[in-house]
Design a protein around this ligand. Structure first.
Ligand SMILES: *Cc1c(COP(=O)(O)O)cnc(C)c1O
Length: 219
């Protein structure tokens, strides 16, 4: 199957309200261009440097999403062009994104990453930390960021019911906190689901799936 075939068969199975992020990390520009020529305009990368290089090399009507863990000192390399930062998990990082967005005269959309998996290694906030962050007065001073919703990764397991439980938990947080007015926006994006688990994620309420290997092949 070609990249174009993979894309069209995945898209055929997605509800219209679910957005597809094509996760192109580690893949060469030539392969991203195959996806571009098949109509894909939204790409996700997990390294800022790599995303910036691809952004420079590729057409300018692409939306770039940073899906990986973000180091504060690298925010400046993506602040002029990034469309959505999925993995925000600290106030300090929000402050830096706000600062760099301001320098570029932009508002940068962000998702807060919540830790829902069993693995210790996955980044993200737990519920009390999420609550504290969203309730903090100092958040109001960050005029150049917009918190659009939540992102999470389920445990890497074959156990469907475990995955379902984790995604449902994230959806319940999304519903709970979307009732609050946060800065100038309300939650509209729930980013959950990868190649192995996106169908379950959609059943649990995902509005944005991040799919890599099922489009571009293994890494
Ligand atoms: C790599 C990655 C994906 C895509 O994973 P696949 O299993 O290749 O679909 C999704 N989300 C994040 C955060 C990733 O790092």
């Amino acid at each position: 199957m070609s990249i174009a075939d993979n894309l069209s068969s995945i898209k055929a199975g997605l509800p219209s309200k679910v957005t597809l992020v094509a996760v192109s990390k580690t893949k060469p520009v030539s392969e991203l261009m195959e996806a571009y020529e098949a109509g894909q305009r939204l790409f996700g990368e997990n390294k800022i440097q790599e995303m910036a290089e691809k952004h420079d090399a590729m057409p300018k009507d692409i939306e770039w999403h940073m899906i990986g863990h973000v180091q504060t000192n690298k925010v400046k390399y993506m602040a002029s062009f990034v469309n959505l930062v999925h993995g925000v998990d600290s106030f300090k990082l929000l402050e830096e994104i706000n600062k760099q967005a301001k320098k570029n005269n932009r508002v940068i959309d962000c998702l807060l990453q919540v830790h829902i998996a069993e693995e210790e290694t996955k980044f993200g906030l737990d519920e009390p930390e999420l609550e504290t962050l969203l309730a903090s007065e100092s958040l109001k001073s960050l005029q150049n960021i917009c918190i659009k919703g939540l992102m999470g990764m389920a445990t890497f397991t074959e156990n469907e019911s475990q995955i379902r439980k984790e995604f449902s938990f994230l959806k319940s947080l999304f519903d709970k906190y979307s009732k609050f007015q946060i800065l100038n926006s309300k939650f509209s994006i729930l980013s959950m689901g990868m190649s192995g688990d996106y169908k379950t994620a959609i059943e649990c309420g995902s509005t944005m799936v991040r799919i890599g290997s099922s489009i571009f092949g293994g890494r």
